[in-house]
Design a protein around this ligand. Structure first.
Ligand SMILES: Cc1ncc(C[n+]2csc(CCOP(=O)(O)OP(=O)(O)O)c2C)c(N)n1
Ligand SMILES: [Mg+2]
Length: 376
């Protein structure tokens, strides 16, 4: 389970790619080249990358707006993202949809985001249960915000997943804000992980700016799901360092709070870690940065030179006219795995618990009520 030197370098590559691609998208947005919104995950890269990195190819994700890092880890290339955000004909949606709304149910196993917050939770519980019915040991993972965890469907979805023991890892990305609403106006909880108690499932806390800790706890949760003891809720404590999207300057966020979290930047922190543990050389770092620079330049050039979709395509794919081949592949008779019989085999009368993680891995430093703290 321990990460190799190569894997440590890969985590660095994905986090930097996540950040630099968003920087580029921001510039392109301001040049009016992007069709749709750009949502920044500045400061949250360790959560997206560390969680997705803990999955295997056979597993499923459904990203939210701040999970570009996970989308990259799951196999999309910068070129795909740049084509998609500029709505070009050769993009994952063929230019039919802009920015984050794309997925791939076949190769990459990525469910397209749903804008209605929380709705991906029952969908991903269903994906996990579907895999089990088909006799496949696959795990589904999705993310939800602190704000999104107050929706009705979060509670219905998580309860359903818990009762069915769905192989679902739900990452509650607590970035302290939901648009302009601070946490203390969102829920009367110190830790959002406590929401898990209502459903009898493990709820664990991780320092969301520590990519190795995020990876390790997610790996544990994934293994637990693979053994039939899902779902697991992981609260990742982190911070949204930009506004909700490009149009929002986030003037409502206190300056001291921003400064405090800038000092905890996950990439700068990981660089220090790699150096202290002697896991890389200066040359390896420079090679990674040069590779990212090259990939972004090539992707941008291709996206900007590519055509928009032809007008005739606007009417295509609005209603399914046989264009989809999504059917259940029954590997065995559905009869013996119908709910009831199926769920009984997972039930041993005990509520599962995650093995305790080392104290150092668990975030303790994040204040529960940031909005009420005294100015420094
Ligand atoms: C059910 C629902 N209500 C409201 C919205 C509008 N909306 C989109 S994002 C957002 C804030 C979400 O905050 P949070 O869940 O904390 O995620 P973050 O933006 O911080 O990543 C809101 C209110 C929505 N998309 N869906
Ligand atoms: Mg939030």
């Amino acid at each position: 389970m321990a990460l190799s030197r190569q894997q440590h370098l890969e985590l660095y590559y994905w986090m930097q790619l996540n950040r630099k691609l968003e920087d580029l998208l921001t510039v392109m947005f301001r040049q009016n080249k992007v069709v749709g919104g750009v949502y920044s995950s500045l400061g949250q890269e360790a959560t997206s990358v560390g969680t997705a990195y803990a999955l295997e190819k056979r597993d499923w994700i459904a990203p939210m707006i701040r999970n570009l890092g996970a989308v990259l880890v799951k196999g999309y290339r910068p070129r795909d993202i740049l084509m998609q955000y500029t709505a070009k004909s050769g993009s994952p949606t063929g230019g039919k949809d802009g920015t984050a709304h794309f997925g791939d149910l076949h190769e990459k196993r990525m469910v397209s985001p749903i804008s209605m917050l929380g709705d991906l939770i029952p969908v991903m519980a269903g994906i996990g249960l579907g895999a089990r019915y088909l006799g496949r040991n696959e795990v589904a993972l999705t993310w939800i915000g602190d704000g999104g965890s107050s929706t009705g469907v979060f509670h219905e979805g998580l309860n359903f997943a818990a009762v069915q023991r769905a192989p679902l890892v739900l990452v509650l990305e607590n970035n302290q804000w939901a648009y302009s609403t601070p946490n203390y106006l969102q829920a009367r909880l110190t830790d959002f992980a406590d929401r898990a108690k209502a459903y009898g499932i493990p709820g664990v806390i991780v320092d969301g700016n520590d990519v190795v800790a995020v990876y390790e706890i997610t790996k544990q949760a994934v293994e637990q799901c693979r053994h039939g003891d899902g779902p697991v809720l992981i609260e990742s404590k982190t911070f949204r360092r930009k506004g909700h999207a490009q149009h929002d300057p986030a003037a409502y966020v206190p300056k001291w709070m921003l400064k405090e979290w800038e000092a905890k930047d996950p990439i700068a922190r990981y660089e220090k870690y790699l150096t202290a543990k002697k896991l890389w050389t200066e040359k390896e770092k420079n090679d990674i940065l040069a590779r990212i620079d090259r990939e972004l330049k090539e992707g941008q050039a291709e996206a900007e030179a590519s055509p928009l979709p032809p007008a005739e395509r606007a009417a295509e794919g609005v209603y399914c006219d046989g264009c989809h081949e999504i059917r259940a592949e029954w590997k065995r008779s559905p009869k013996p795995v119908k709910p009831g019989k199926n769920t009984a085999q997972w039930f041993d009368g005990k509520t599962p618990a995650l093995k305790p993680v080392a104290k150092s891995k668990v975030a303790a430093a994040v204040s529960s009520n940031p909005g009420r703290r005294k100015k420094k």
